[in-house]
Design a protein around this ligand. Structure first.
Ligand code: ADP
Ligand code: ZN
Ligand code: ZN
Length: 655
């Protein structure tokens, strides 16, 4: 019996598929519209949904299936392999199939055609360099290897990009396609510039700033095989390339590969899954691998390929550590003097701030000692209004200290500051210097990012103040001095990855400074010059840092020695939120899940009027077993009205 019905899912947190019939007069069969979007009445609304399967019988509860209003696509948007990937995502990240599909191709409604993308720009001149021996060896390993996952671990400027491009060329020459992932949209543009003219086809570009119709156009170019290279941020991992041969994932350590909304997928995880399903290879790369990736290289799960030299020259800069405890101001005398010198030479300065300056922590001003949770060894967060120190993982609390247990000083207190303060101070000390700020907030405004970068490149800006964003792959030949205003503002976050992030920031920033010159300078200001992340970072000693950090993770049983499942509850009213969190948490405990932490107030306890609590399940072994039990419990419980639940598998941020 030929199927009569089409089964449709919507971008709603509902697991069911809903049966409809095709619209009157539709000539296609139900199975040929699988993967198309439809407009259909759902309750009192009309929604866009996806056809995911067909059926010959209706579910018992349904008497009669309605016809969908319209089938929106002439050709399916998703083939079988992408539908399978969505299915896997829905099971692993605990979202509905409709939610999974809608992150793969978000917001694709029909609208009038817009002007074409501003691709290309100036053609870059592509002289073909001769690969260095280590580049050639890495390329050969990827081209000829039998492994699925490869990791190009090479210092900034070691020519990773060249290896990526050659590997891509090889795959294209075999008639297969390549997906090239970069962490930020800003880098997409740079990569497109680097690539235009390099390949025969104009690369397709996918990222979240495209309008729906631009995205759809690129989607079709990819599906048809016209564009066999796709460049994009995280969601480009879903690009519908017909014959995937290689996924490249640049700057693997970047947290922007993890989605911040449902489903909270990780681009690296999806790339691994997709490559395995397609029999393709995954080539990752970074100068500062994530601790997880490092440990996977050690076990051999990722094939490690190393680049140690800079084929185009450029040295590792001098890195000096400045103890900020001895300074009265955010800008130490050393930093001010260095800036004066560099500005007089008419060279440029970049000052880095950590992304989050708003975190308040309690510390000793004499020795830098900081209060930590006895159970989690995570910095306690100071709650001024209650005058309590709180652990945001497990809920542990104590009073703030009045005297330092390490050095007995009574000069203890809380600290924390933001970008504006630094900007004001720089303006006060250097009134004649042209200064600009580049952070996620300012970059949100259209064109600001590109404009600031261009002005800085042309030398119209003397001092660029930025968050980590500036550290990512952008190259400025005129920069001689790079300062990190407070390296440890990240260390004070209640996050077990704080040391990793601080370390990686220092290494990435130092990489910026030494890229084009041998006299680059890096100044790191810190309250904790003895912290291993700072010490190893300033010595560019990656091996020692990773081995120290892995030891800490092992002791505390944090990833990569465990995997985490995080459930966040939020809502306008505190009590029902906490109650829902407690109920679910006790179900986890009753089910015998071994390592359940919480519920505790989230480090960001209130966001836009919503109270937030979270529970963590730590899986030191049998992750899939625990995942299965936890999923069943989560799916079997409902949250009351006004309470929202967010599920995060392998969370990257615990704020
Ligand atoms: P990474 O991505 O590892 O930070 P890049 O790929 O940007 O490094 O390379 C740094 C510089 O070295 C670039 O200007 C690039 O053109 C140049 N380069 C790369 N490979 C070679 C080579 N084999 N010979 C000469 N220059 C090279
Ligand atoms: Zn002290
Ligand atoms: Zn704790």
């Amino acid at each position: 019996m030929a199927p009569e019905y089409i089964e449709v899912v919507f971008n709603l947190p509902l697991d069911s598929r809903f049966s409809y019939t095709l619209p009157e007069g539709e000539e296609r069969t139900p199975s040929s519209v699988i993967g198309c979007r439809v407009k259909a009445a759902f309750g009192r609304r009309t929604l866009t949904g996806w056809v995911v399967s067909t059926g010959s019988v209706l579910p018992e509860s349904v008497k009669e299936a309605k016809a969908v209003e319209k089938i929106l696509d002439e050709q399916p948007l998703f083939d079988d392999s992408l539908l399978k990937l969505a299915q896997w995502m829905s099971g692993f990240y605990l979202c509905s199939l409709g939610e999974a599909l809608s992150v793969m191709l978000p917001g694709a409604k029909r609208e009038k055609d817009l002007p074409p993308l501003g691709l290309g720009g100036e053609e870059t001149d592509h002289k073909r360099v001769t690969l260095s021996d280590e580049q050639a060896a890495a390329l050969q390993a990827v081209n000829e290897g039998k492994d699925s996952y490869y990791y190009l671990y090479g210092i900034t400027g070691s020519g990773k990009t060249e290896v990526f491009l050659r590997a891509a060329e090889e795959v294209l020459s075999r008639g297969k396609s390549v997906i090239f992932l970069v962490p930020e949209i800003a880098l997409t543009h740079q990569m497109v510039d680097d690539l235009s003219g390099r390949f025969e086809t104009v690369p397709a570009v996918l990222h979240s700033h495209l309008t729906p119709s631009q995205k759809l156009k690129e989607w079709r170019r990819i599906q048809s095989g016209e564009a066999r290279v796709v460049i994009g941020a995280r969601s480009a991992v879903f690009a519908p390339v017909p014959d995937l041969g290689l996924v490249i994932l640049d700057e693997e350590h970047e947290t922007s590969y993890k989605s911040g909304s449902t489903p909270r997928y990780h681009g690296r995880q999806l790339a691994m899954k997709r490559c395995r399903m397609a029999g393709a290879k995954l080539l990752m790369g970074s100068a500062t691998p994530s601790v997880e990736a490092w440990s996977l290289m050690e076990t051999g799960a990722f094939k490690k390929l190393v680049l140690k030299n800079r084929p185009a020259g450029g040295g590792i800069p001098e890195i000096a550590v400045i103890d900020l405890k001895k300074s009265k101001s955010l800008l130490s005398q050393e930093l001010i003097r260095a800036m004066e010198r560099v500005l007089q030479e008419r060279k440029q300065v970049i000052l880095f701030l950590n992304r989050r300056g708003h975190s308040y922590y309690f510390h000793c001003r004499s020795c830098g000692y900081e209060m930590k949770c006895k159970q989690c060894s995570i910095p306690l967060t100071f709650h001024k209004s209650r005058n309590r120190m709180v652990c945001h993982y497990c809920g542990y609390q104590e009073s703030p200290l009045t005297q330092c247990p390490e050095c007995s000083s009574v000069d203890v207190g809380y600290a924390g500051f933001g970008t504006e303060q630094v900007e004001e101070q720089v303006a006060a000390v250097f009134p004649d210097a042209v200064m600009a700020r580049l952070d996620t907030d300012s970059a949100r405004k259209k064109g600001v990012l590109q404009e600031t970068i261009t002005r800085f490149k042309e030398g119209q800006i003397d001092v660029l103040l930025g968050t980590q964003m500036v550290a990512k792959g952008l190259n400025f030949p005129g920069v001689k001095l790079v300062g990190i205003v407070l390296a440890d503002s990240g260390l004070s976050l209640p996050d077990f990855r704080a040391a990793e992030r601080t370390f990686s920031l220092i290494i990435q920033v130092a990489g910026r400074a030494g890229r084009y010159r041998n006299d680059g300078e890096v100044l790191i200001q810190t309250m904790r010059p003895d912290n291993p992340a700072v010490v190893y970072g300033s010595r560019t000693d990656l091996e020692s840092f990773y081995s120290w950090e892995l030891e800490q993770r092992d002791i505390m049983a944090f990833p990569p020695y465990s995997r985490l499942i995080r459930i966040v509850f939020r809502g306008k009213q505190e009590k029902p939120v906490l109650k829902a969190a407690e109920e679910l948490t006790s179900l986890f405990r009753q089910a015998g899940l071994p390592d359940v932490m919480g519920p505790a107030e989230c480090p960001l306890g209130v966001i836009s009027g919503n109270y937030r609590f979270h529970t963590l399940i730590r899986c030191s072994e049998d992750f899939s077993g625990i995942h299965r039990i936890a999923s069943a419990i989560i799916k079997g419980t409902e949250v009351p009205r006004g309470v929202y639940r967010e599920i995060d598998i392998d969370p990257v941020q615990l704020l």
